[in-house]
Design a protein around this ligand. Sequence first.
Ligand SMILES: [Zn+2]
Length: 305
Amino acid sequence: MLVLVGLPVGAACGRHQQTPAPAKEQHSSPKPSEAASPSPPPKDPDGLDPALAAHIEHLRARFDPRGWTVVAEPPFAVVGDGTRLQVRGHAMTTIRWAVTQLQAAYFERPPGEIITIYLFETGESYDQHARELFGDPPDTPYGYYSPSDRALVMNIGTGGGTLVHEIVHPYMATNFPDCPSWFDEGLASLYEQSAEIDGEIMGLTNWRLPGLQAALRAKQVPSFQDMCESGGGFYTADPGSNYAQARYLCYWLQERGLLRRYYQEFRAGVQRDPHGYDTLVAMVGPDMSAFRSEWEQFVLALRVG
Ligand SMILES: [Zn+2]
């Protein structure tokens, strides 16, 4: 069993909110499965997809002079300011594990564009280079996904939890482009603290739990219908419990063996049910007040670790 390091207390999602490109615009280039090609292009000597190999060469020309390490960890390119051993270690453990597990569980297609994962070993380096390379100071000390820069920018010194969380987002954008924010963040948050159990990725309880339990006791957590229908308000009108509520709804579904089925059914029916609430009712209802009571008792009985 491989247990990944989770996020520290107080971590927020690093999704970059300043430049929220609409999901469909984030992936306007032809997807691999749609690209017309009478015969597959030749692989490069390392067996990489030619587009990824070309991107790696570009990154090496740019970052080798800094002494940074550039490696391919398909479908991602990885750049890091740690030692070659450190950068390759992150690529071959956390990234490879997350890619393998998430693809097996949910995602048929790789991200529609090549995403570069930047791994900075210290908070100082992360802050400095995020500003230099992308023009903005990070709004989280842990890491974020910038769709417009096609980049995951990570302070990897804080652990691998944020990295797994952020890897979910570009996969979701390609495989479920109409996914609303609550489920995108709920699933990403679920796996920021995760383990491989019987060969499958499983989210574990984490630091988001005590705050959710306190909010539930204070009756401050919105209904599931309100959460599902929050749209962009998931970010902007957060009562303080949004990520945790979404995460522990996903966790409940996981523990009942329903999460993957929910993902598949929601995705298949998203034109009819864009918020996912009707799909949820069909799965756990129809008495949603009874479900809410059961979920609250379940969550209040959980412990971290
Ligand atoms: Zn996120």
